[in-house]
Design a binder for this molecule. Structure first.
Ligand code: IPE
Ligand code: IPE
Ligand code: MG
Length: 230
């Protein structure tokens, strides 16, 4: 354990989260789906703070997949509006907290104004070192691998990994998925080759620090072998 883990939870320093269950959270309460996404965004903000407090150095969150465009158009439009608002409203505070923001995903199909805001947030926070927050937006693992393959000219795994959307991102030690679904849904296909997986039944808007700590404790109890004999 290092000094950057004040809570005493010996754990992963590189964590990725599939933030799933916003829709069900809203439906259970008779609320519009977008209200679920709003609550999910709130949870994400808190999770970033908790991650910093728990000594996590890299956090990747799955915010919008390449397949999510196939949702009803009002949900997609509402999400895009929400992302734009969130970038504007949250970047200054994230910057104050020492968070470096990085968007990972394809730029294809994303509006120019949103791309500009993403570029702005990345530039604003580029010098921060406390936590690297990778926001997987318009992200698909297969698209990422295909994009890299088009530019690959040999050199093996290391050279290939440099062609991925965020070459500076470490492979996640732990991938958490909320809402009880047990699948990757096209998330970090290359990077999660040897990740540990933690599936929680909690719907994303209800995820909290206790859940994150429990996930890190579970991770600490896992034995990673990477294919080798002890
Ligand atoms: C995850 O929550 C957020 C996004 C995919 C943008 P969902 O909206 O998938 O929630 P469920 O799976 O319908 O409950
Ligand atoms: C994965 O969740 C994408 C995000 C959390 C952003 P989905 O809800 O889109 O995945 P499926 O459709 O249940 O596999
Ligand atoms: Mg879902």
């Amino acid at each position: 354990m290092t000094a950057s883990e004040p809570s005493g939870v010996a754990g992963a320093t590189s964590v990725a989260i599939i933030m799933d269950g916003n829709g069900r959270w809203a439906t259970e309460r008779g609320l519009p789906v977008l209200e679920g996404h709003r609550r999910g965004a709130k949870t994400m903000k808190q999770t970033v703070k908790d991650a910093v407090a728990l000594g996590i150095r890299e956090l990747t969150v799955y915010a919008f997949s390449t397949e999510n465009w196939s949702r009803p158009s009002d949900e997609v439009a509402g999400l895009m509006e929400m992302f734009a608002e969130l970038i504007v409203s949250e970047t200054p505070e994230l910057d104050d907290e020492g968070v470096r923001m990085r968007f990972v995903g394809s730029r294809r199909g994303v509006s120019d104004s949103l791309l500009k805001q993403m570029d702005w947030a990345e530039a604003e926070t580029a010098a921060n070192t406390r936590l690297a927050l990778f926001v997987a937006f318009n992200y698909g693992g297969r698209a990422e691998i295909l994009d890299a393959a088009e530019r690959y000219e040999g050199g093996g795994e290391e050279a290939f990994a440099k062609l991925l959307y965020a070459p500076e991102m470490s492979d996640p030690e732990l991938v958490i998925r909320t809402s009880g679904e047990k699948r990757l849904s096209n998330f970090l296909l290359w990077q999660s080759a040897y990740s540990e997986f933690l599936f929680s039944d909690v719907l994303w808007p209800d995820f909290d620090r206790a859940e994150l700590e429990a996930a890190l404790r579970e991770y600490a109890s896992r034995q990673r072998r990477f294919g080798a004999r002890e």
